[in-house]
Design a protein around this ligand. Sequence first.
Ligand SMILES: Nc1nc2c(ncn2[C@@H]2O[C@H](COP(=O)(O)OP(=O)(O)OP(=O)(O)O)[C@@H](O)[C@H]2O)c(=O)[nH]1
Ligand SMILES: [Mg+2]
Length: 306
Amino acid sequence: MDKTLSGDTPTKCGYITLIGAPNAGKSTLLNHLVGAKIAIVTPKVQTTRARVTAIAIEDQTQMIFVDTPGIFTPSRRLEKAMVNAAWVGAKDADQVALLIDVVKGITKDVERIIDGLEKSDQKAHVILNKIDLIKRDRLLGLTEKLSTYDIFDKIFMVSALTGDGVPELRAELARELPEGPWLYPEDQLALAPMRSLAAEITREKLFLRMNQELPYSLTVETENWEERKDGSVKIDQVIYVSRENHKPMILGKGGQTIKKIGAMAREDLEESLGQRVHLFLFVKVREKWIDDPERYREMGLEFPKD
Ligand SMILES: Nc1nc2c(ncn2[C@@H]2O[C@H](COP(=O)(O)OP(=O)(O)OP(=O)(O)O)[C@@H](O)[C@H]2O)c(=O)[nH]1
Ligand SMILES: [Mg+2]
């Protein structure tokens, strides 16, 4: 039987999708669940733009975690694509877990997500996140309110930041996955190609350094990846901005800002890749990139018609 890895215990495998309002801590939790930095994390909302898959093994179980963009009421085309990607991730999963930031509680966004789950008759676990920020007794009211909904299965309490409660959460989620063969090789950690992960790292640094609307109106693509004989790699990336006046903001005085962003991204890339990295960043103005289907394809998003 190809179902057993060793002994008589059958293998298990399944998809677990993390959904929630923007900034709930989904990407932080994904990284903690798999023990590696796969998804980018920033204090800003709408950091994640497309589904990010990361894989963990718990005993005989292969857990395929799917991080999703935050769900909110979208208006721009890109926002619509992001929210749609989150719902598709939920639809395709063996288990759905709704993350709630306990400081914010059940906000309008959370209510809308619950509504969406109810309408599609989708069961979900609740993960109360950021418990490091409040006193435990304040969680009681929240759990009582949540237990009145039929769609919710279990309620977990974690801190994705400190890791408190994460091993227990992982073990419990693994227990519930269906029997079946592993879908990916044992040592595979992420699904996205390295050039996409590398573009995300640079986007994270841009999100961290740039203010206001700017992070939301740019996108990053890896254009060239060249392994060199000396064991290093040369990576060229393009930062697309939508307006001419955004370009000098990213470059900074005498190119200082982009230099710092490049240095921060390079440091992370070298750590992830375990090799020396020569990173070259270019800024290009592409006014209508937000209406260009090709940019969505690059991001792993479906292009919404309107
Ligand atoms: N104190 C605390 N902060 C947390 C915790 N989990 C996440 N954060 C912080 O919350 C912010 C948002 O975290 P992300 O993981 O990017 O949140 P997200 O849900 O993926 O956000 P989007 O991708 O924008 O939807 C970051 O500043 C994290 O460091 C937690 O358990 N405790
Ligand atoms: Mg995220």
